[in-house]
Ligand binder design. Structure first.
Ligand code: ZN
Length: 154
């Protein structure tokens, strides 16, 4: 097991890698939902584009700008949620949220993959909003999708 300092350095490296080489960045021509969110405290902007296939997130991308935490977080999130159902991503969102709020049990969750690199954000309350920006956009996108599908969707 790596010690705390080694783990922190590894996590920092993962965050910077996603910040410098964001995954799934760009628009999505066939997006069903596009949700723009801002974090005025830090100046972060994220617009999440989601294409659904029934209840599955078939494709996802984002555009935006801001600090390394906000942009790396949404980049990691797109990798994590692609191909998952709305129920699965809701579980991931709840765990991720708990993790950045300081729940160490959730920080150990394997399902969060490389997004675990953001567990250190819990020590910096001002950055929690940065880390959650993309996930909040996802929550809104899923909510709109379910609203549209509504009771008429079998
Ligand atoms: Zn920020």
């Amino acid at each position: 097991m790596p010690d705390d300092a080694a783990l922190a350095a590894l996590y920092q490296e993962i965050i910077l890698d996603h910040y410098r080489r964001p995954r799934n960045k760009g628009t999505l021509v066939h997006a069903d939902e596009s949700v723009a969110m801002k974090n005025p405290l830090c100046g972060d902007e994220v617009e999440l584009h989601v294409h659904f296939d029934g209840d599955t997130i078939d494709d996802v991308s984002f555009t935006g700008q801001g600090c390394s935490i906000s942009q790396a977080s949404v980049s990691m999130m797109t990798e994590l949620i692609k191909g998952k159902t709305v129920a699965e991503v809701e579980t991931l969102r709840t765990r991720f949220r708990a993790m950045v709020m300081g729940d160490t049990l959730n920080a150990d969750e394997q399902n969060l993959g490389r997004a675990k690199a953001l567990s250190g954000v819990a020590k910096y309350p001002a950055r929690v909003k940065c880390a959650l920006l993309g996930w909040n956009a996802l929550e809104e996108g899923v909510r709109r999708h379910l609203d549209v599908e509504g009771p008429f969707h079998s």
